[in-house]
Design a binder for this molecule. Structure first.
Ligand SMILES: N[C@@H](CCC(=O)N[C@@H](CS)C(=O)NCC(=O)O)C(=O)O
Length: 101
């Protein structure tokens, strides 16, 4: 759950943000790093195109979605959603107890 993720994630990863992938004793933090990791360790089917120009375009799109579009959408969403406890609470806790085993 947002907030209670901090001590859990900080125990295993350099920063507090999710997503974090744990695989074979390795910790990979962040969507882009996870995509690269999966492409390297489980190349079929590839998540990122091999063709240089397609790859370039894909990585640009990924960065734009991540840093430009994603962050703005999240900000607008939370700006509205956090005014609605009845929406925000079930959305955030998904019935969760906040702990990861
Ligand atoms: N660009 C990063 C975004 C990571 C990010 O900001 N995650 C948010 C949730 S969507 C988060 O964990 N925020 C809480 C925190 O930073 O502790 C990615 O896609 O991996």
């Amino acid at each position: 759950m947002p907030g209670s993720h901090i001590p859990i994630v900080k125990r295993i990863a350099p920063s507090t943000f999710v997503p974090v992938l744990q695989d074979a004793g390795r910790i990979i933090q962040g969507s882009s790093a996870i995509i690269d990791y999966v492409d390297e360790h489980s190349p079929e089917p590839p998540l990122t195109p091999a063709d240089p120009s397609e790859r370039q375009r894909t990585l640009e799109l990924e960065r734009w979605l991540d840093c430009e579009f994603g962050e703005r959408v999240r900000r607008v969403f939370y700006f509205h959603a956090l005014n609605h406890r009845d929406l925000a609470i079930p959305l955030f806790n998904q019935g969760g107890l906040g702990g990861a085993d």
